[in-house]
Design a protein around this ligand. Sequence first.
Ligand SMILES: [Ca+2]
Length: 277
Amino acid sequence: MPVAARADGDAVVYETAVPWSRLAGIAPADKAFRFALVAVGPPREKGATPMALWGRGLYPGKEPRAFRLCTLEGAAGAAKPAGEFAATVEAQSQLPQTGQVARILADSQEDFTNVQGKGNWHYGYFPGTGDGAAEPYTAGDFREMKYVETMWGYEWAGPVQFLKLLRNGGHPQAVEGRQAWSVRRWKSDVDGTVRVSLSVAGGQKQSDGIGAKVLVDGVVVDSRLIGGPNRAKEANYDLAIPVRKGTVVDFAITCGPALNTNFDATKMTLRIALLAP
Ligand SMILES: [Ca+2]
C-alpha cells in the first residue's frame, strides 16, 4: 500500500489507507483496535539496520497485546466511505486484554526509569531479615535498590551481586541461608479495581526455577513457580486487584522453591489498567 510522507515542523507525518479487507478481525463498527508499526530504514554499511518503533509488540518478538490502543473516529454509518476513518492514538499506549478498561495506569517497561518513585514505581528488594519490619517478606521489609553502572549497563542493584531489577525483569539472590527477593513496587494513586497483566519467564531447565509473587500491602495474593525441569518456563496471566490511593502492590521475583539461584535471570513485565466501575 502506498504511504505518503510530509514534513510537519520537526516531525514527519506518514499517511496511508488500509482497506478493511486487509484488517482481519476488525470491522468498521468497532471502536477500538490494536496497532503497532515498525519502520525499517536502509541498512548501514556497518552496524544495525536503523529502525523506528511505534508501539511495542512487533520487535524483537511478536506480542499482539503490547500493540498500541487506537480508537476510530467517526461513525460507521457516517457519510465517509468505509476506509476513511481516521485513527488516533490514546495518550496511553498499552492495551490489556478483554474487559472494560477505563485507562492504563502503568507499564513496567515503558515507565522504567532511574528515579525512585517516578510513575509511582519503586525499585527494591526484600532482604528477608525482617529488620525494621513486622515480618520478613512483607511490605515493611522493602529496601530500595541503587541505580548503578555495571559491565552490562545501568541497572537497579541490591547490596549483593546479581540481586537486581532491569527494564524487563530482574534477578533474585540467596544470602546467608535465606532468599532475597527483587521487588518492583507500584503505589496506587487511584481508588478502584486494577487489572495487572503479568508476563513472566525464567528458570532454565537445568535450574530449579524461579518464583513470581504479588503482594498487596504485604499480603501475598498470587504466588507461582515458573521454570525448572518440570514446569512451563513462561506464564502470562492477569490479576484483578482492588486498590485505594496509597495501596502498595509488590511484584517479587524469588529464587523459587529453594535457595538455588542458577539461571534465575527472570523476565517479568507488567501492565496495570484501571477497570471501569
Ligand atoms: Ca532458582
